[in-house]
Structures are given as C-alpha cells and as structure tokens.
Design a protein. Structure first.
Length: 249
C-alpha cells in the first residue's frame, strides 16, 4: 500500500516547511469517527494509507457513502478555508496511518499560501465530484454495477488489490441489504473477478471488473486525474513526504 500523502507530496517545499512542525502522526482504526456532520472540525487529516468514507446519515440510522478518501487527498480540508460546520460524517473504512493538522494552523497557512489554498480547493472539488456521481449512480445503475465500481474505487484509494471489508459495511455504504451484497459478491466471485472469504477481498481481474462496473468509475477517475494535477511551479518546488516524516521523527 502507499505510504505517503499525495497532496502533501505535491506542495512546494516552502509550504510544507510551514506545515511540518504541526503535522502529528495519526493512526486510523476501522470504524473510527474523525468527525460527524454538524461538528466544528478541530483537525484536518492527510492519510498515508487506509481509506475513510464520507457518509450521509439518515434519521433512521442508515449511512450512505458519498465519497471515499485515501492517500491521494485530505479529509475536512474545507475547514482550512472557513469555520463552517462539517456537512458529512467521516468514518474510517480501512485502517491506516497519516497525519492530523490542527485547523488553526491550516487556516493560517491557507491565508498566506495560494498554493495551499489551491490544493485544498481542488481536493474539495474532487469530493464534490464524487458525491455528485454517487448520487447519479445510486439512482441509475444496478447493484452489480455499483458494487463493481465501489470495489474498484476502494482498490484505487488503497493502491492494493487485497483488503478487508465486511459485507455489512459494504451494504451500509451502498445503502442496500447485506443479503443483496452477498448475492452480487457471490456472482462476481463465480465469474472469477474477485475472491471473497471471511471479509477478505481480493480483486483477481481488475480489467474485467471494470467492464462489469458502471460508467461512474471511469468518470470519477478521470475527474480525479484532472483535479489532482498541481498548478505549474518551479521545478525545485516539491519535497517528498518521506523527508517530512524523517524530520518529524
């Protein structure tokens, strides 16, 4: 799995130097809630490994995923731009590691650095694009297509073909019954596209799984590539996150 956060990696060294002293090592545990809708966000998070689901909670207690964030992005980044309350719940889907940054420091650096502001805005746009596509997907595509799309996106976020996920969690994120997920997962396994046993999922044939997925997978991936592209800057600007980790260590 990846072991660096791509947003931090892509920042100019001058910006990373301002953030580095306040970045705190963070472990993410499955099921951990980073913040809930309506909370004042105290920290924003930069995963290095693992996956965090951004979910909408309904009054009946159901949770439906609107976006998934991993080592490519930031969780709660909008709080660096204003003091609004969180509009979604962030819950750890697959455990991992990363960094936490207090929101006061994030706002201070965002005020002073156009590069950091632009990075946050681009990644907030990515989350919005995911949420919009997810709404369209849930309304228009079959569960078979949606589960294939969701598994592929999880693979991209983690940078790994194998991961641990329960059928209960997958069903909750997709807003369907566990038995429905079980039937579709069995169908994908019978076709040789995945291997699923006791919560352990391995994607055996990614390209074939893409054919089984709906168009939403490719659309979100294309938007991600476009939005993640950093603005032009001098070639000497970047600093590998590993350098930051060594300095912090």
């Amino acid at each position: 799995m990846p072991d660096q956060n791509l947003l931090l990696r892509d920042l100019p060294s001058s910006v990373l130097d301002k953030l580095r002293p306040r970045l705190r090592a963070q472990n993410f545990s499955p099921g951990q809630v980073l913040f809930a809708a309506g909370d004042k966000i105290a920290n924003i998070y930069f995963p290095r490994a693992g996956a965090v689901s951004l979910v909408c909670e309904l009054t009946g207690g159901q949770m439906i995923e609107t976006a998934m964030i991993g080592h490519e992005s930031v969780i709660g980044g909008g709080a660096a731009l204003d003091d609004r309350e969180a509009v979604y719940k962030a819950i750890v889907q697959i455990g991992g590691t990363g960094f936490a940054l207090d929101v006061d420091t994030a706002r201070h650096v965002a005020r002073d650095s156009e590069d950091f502001r632009r990075a946050i805005i681009r990644h907030e746009q990515l989350i919005l694009a995911q949420a919009q596509q997810s709404a369209a997907c849930n309304a228009s595509h079959t569960l078979n297509e949606r589960l294939a799309r969701w598994l592929l996106h999880t693979r991209d976020v983690l940078g790994a073909d194998s991961f641990l996920l329960t059928q209960e969690f997958m069903a909750e994120m997709l807003g369907v019954r566990r038995t429905s997920v079980s039937i579709v997962a069995h169908t994908l396994q019978e076709a040789g596209l995945i291997n699923y046993r006791r919560g352990h999922i391995k994607i055996e044939k990614p390209e074939a799984l893409q054919h089984a997925a709906c168009e939403c997978y490719g659309t979100v991936r294309m938007r991600y590539e476009a939005l993640r592209k950093p603005p032009s800057r001098p070639a000497s600007g970047g600093t590998d996150l590993a350098t930051a980790v060594r300095v912090m260590g």
